[in-house]
Ligand binder design. Structure first.
Ligand SMILES: [Zn+2]
Length: 235
C-alpha cells in the first residue's frame, strides 16, 4: 500500500513555507528493471521522491534540510538554467537540480548524484523524452565512473555497479562502453545471479537493444529472463 504524507515545509534556502507531499510508505510486486527502477506500486511514486521550493527553486528529497553550499548553488546561473531547461520534463528538472546540489556538496563522485540523475532518466522515460533520457543516463554514468575512480561504490559489494553502468550505456546506445562495463562485471561476478545479470546485459548489447528490461528471478537463482520493456507482476 502506498501512503503519501502532506506537509507544510519551510525551505532551508529561502525560508518560504510551501505545501509538499512526501512518500510515507509504499510496496512493490515483481522484478525491478535492470537499472534498479522498482516495479509498481513504488514505480509510480516518483513525484514524491523530490520536492521543489516554489519561491527559490531549491530541489531536494526534503527541502527543509540543506547542505551549507545549497544557497550558493541554487542562486547560480547553471542551477537556474537547469531548473528552466525546456528540453527536460519538469520532474526530471527537479531531480537534476537535486543532483547539482549534491554535486556541489559532495562532488561528482557521489552516490547522491548517481541516484538523482538515474531518477531523472526514469522521469524522462515516463514523459517519452528519449534524447533527454539519454542525457540523464550519461550524466549518471559519468558520476558512477567518477565514484569508482575514487574507490567508492554505489551499491554495496560493487559488482552490481557494473550491471548498472552497462545498462546506463546500453539504454543510451553506447554499446562499446556498455560491453566494457558488462565484461568487467562478468569477470568480477562470482555467484549465479550477478553472473546471469551480466550475461543478459551482454546479450542485449549484442542485439543493440536500447529498451528497458527487468531482472525477473525469484531470488533463488532461477534463470533470468528479460521482460519486454516493462516489469511483470509476480504471479
Ligand atoms: Zn526556497
Amino acid at each position: 500500500m502506498t501512503e503519501p504524507l502532506d506537509c507544510d515545509d519551510r525551505c532551508a534556502v529561502c525560508g518560504t513555507v510551501s505545501h509538499q507531499t512526501h512518500l510515507l510508505s509504499t510496496t512493490y510486486f515483481g522484478a525491478s528493471d535492470l537499472d534498479g527502477r522498482p516495479p509498481q506500486m513504488t514505480r509510480s511514486t516518483m513525484p514524491w521522491w523530490v520536492s521543489r521550493c516554489p519561491e527559490c527553486g531549491y530541489c531536494a528529497p526534503d527541502i527543509s534540510k540543506a547542505p551549507a553550499t545549497a544557497g550558493e548553488t541554487v542562486r547560480s546561473e547553471a542551477y537556474q538554467a537547469q531548473l528552466n531547461d525546456p528540453r527536460m520534463p519538469d520532474l526530471a528538472r527537479s531531480f537534476l537540480c537535486a543532483a547539482l546540489v549534491a554535486e556541489a556538496d559532495k562532488g561528482l563522485a557521489s552516490g547522491g548524484v548517481v541516484r538523482c540523475c538515474l531518477c531523472a532518466a526514469w522521469a524522462c522515460d515516463d514523459a517519452k523524452s528519449a534524447d533527454a533520457a539519454i542525457e540523464c543516463r550519461l550524466r549518471a554514468a559519468a558520476a558512477l565512473e567518477a565514484l569508482h575512480k575514487r574507490g567508492g561504490r554505489y551499491v554495496r559489494g560493487g559488482v552490481e555497479d557494473f550491471a548498472l553502468l552497462a545498462d546506463l550505456y546500453r539504454r543510451a546506445g553506447r554499446f562499446d562502453d556498455a560491453g566494457v562495463a558488462a565484461s568487467v562485471g562478468l569477470r568480477k561476478a562470482g555467484s549465479t545471479v550477478p553472473r546471469r545479470l551480466m550475461e543478459l546485459e551482454l546479450r542485449l548489447i549484442a542485439a543493440a537493444d536500447t529498451t528497458a528490461h527487468n531482472c525477473d528471478y525469484n531470488g533463488r537463482g532461477r534463470e533470468l529472463s528479460p521482460g519486454v520493456g516493462r516489469t511483470r507482476r509476480r504471479r
